[in-house]
Design a protein around this ligand. Structure first.
Ligand code: GLP
Length: 262
């Protein structure tokens, strides 16, 4: 595991965006790029907004093209239509897809309105497999250390499925529903921890003091189903990009180690 520490959210976002842009460009320039697209896993939430702004800028400047990129989003609320203000479909189009040169057919987002949500999750997982897996999964973490919507005690081998959201997550996400806890959907469709772990590379963004506990469990504590994000300790190519505030609970030794070894 690598931990990249930057002073601010903006610097963390710029680093992560440039890293992914480098990966996409290297793939497109390689023989593999002519055979298959670059498959990119994407999250929602406030954490990736800075990265998405950098993608849009770089795309406008001609420094990266998303024409040969296929995306799979991590999750979607159950029961929200695509055009609902808080659907992740809308979030992704407003904040990224409507502003870059990606082919709309290459965008994959779980259908939260599917009549048979379990079948929808199986279809999604199969589609990822058909593309030959995810090259790079960008992600965030909940305050309770969940990855995608894999709440505490979700199996670390889980595949895409329907998840019940915890009280912690409902409270954290109520801010997007006018502060009204009762309006937050109680379930979601989400890729599994195992789905993320299968990606060739995983890049997680953690910023702000409220992610400090999750970062400590992710980096320093034992792998535990209580902090599903900690499964990444077992990933062969995981990178954590964070800001100074998120490091508040790391020991000085850990902090220095990653600063010095970068
Ligand atoms: C939601 C999403 C997660 C995301 C988390 C953190 O629960 N399902 O994928 O990582 O929120 O959101 P934020 O980045 O806003 O802190």
């Amino acid at each position: 595991m690598k931990v990249i520490i930057r002073n601010t959210y903006e610097e963390m976002s710029r680093w992560a965006a440039e890293y992914i842009i480098g990966r996409i460009n290297a793939h497109n320039a390689s023989p593999a790029g002519a055979i298959r697209p670059f498959v990119l896993g994407l999250p929602t939430g406030s954490s990736p907004l800075g990265v998405y702004a950098e993608f849009i800028k770089a795309n406008r400047e001609g420094r990266v093209s998303f024409k040969n990129v296929v995306t799979f989003n991590m999750d979607e609320y159950a029961g929200l239509t695509r055009d609902h203000e808080q659907s992740y479909w809308k979030f992704m189009h407003d904040n990224l897809f409507d502003h870059i040169d990606i082919d709309p057919e290459n965008v994959n987002i779980l259908n939260g309105m599917a009549e048979d949500p379990e079948a929808e999750c199986r279809r999604y997982e199969d589609k990822i497999t058909e593309y030959g897996g995810i090259d790079l999964f960008l992600g965030g973490s909940g305050v309770d250390g969940h990855i995608a919507f894999n709440e505490p005690f979700t199996s670390l081998n889980s595949r895409t499925g329907v998840r019940k959201l915890t009280y912690d997550t409902l409270l954290a996400n109520a801010r997007f529903f006018g502060g009204d806890f009762s309006k937050v959907p109680k379930t979601a469709l989400s890729v599994g921890v195992g789905t993320v772990m299968d990606a060739a590379e995983v890049l997680l963004l953690l910023s702000g003091h409220n992610k400090a506990r999750a970062l400590r469990h992710l980096v320093e504590e034992p792998v535990s189903g209580k902090w599903t994000v900690s499964a990444l300790q077992l990933h062969p190519a995981a990178i954590i990009a964070c800001d100074e505030d998120a490091c508040d609970e790391l020991t000085v030794g850990t902090y220095k180690y990653f600063k010095e070894t970068e």
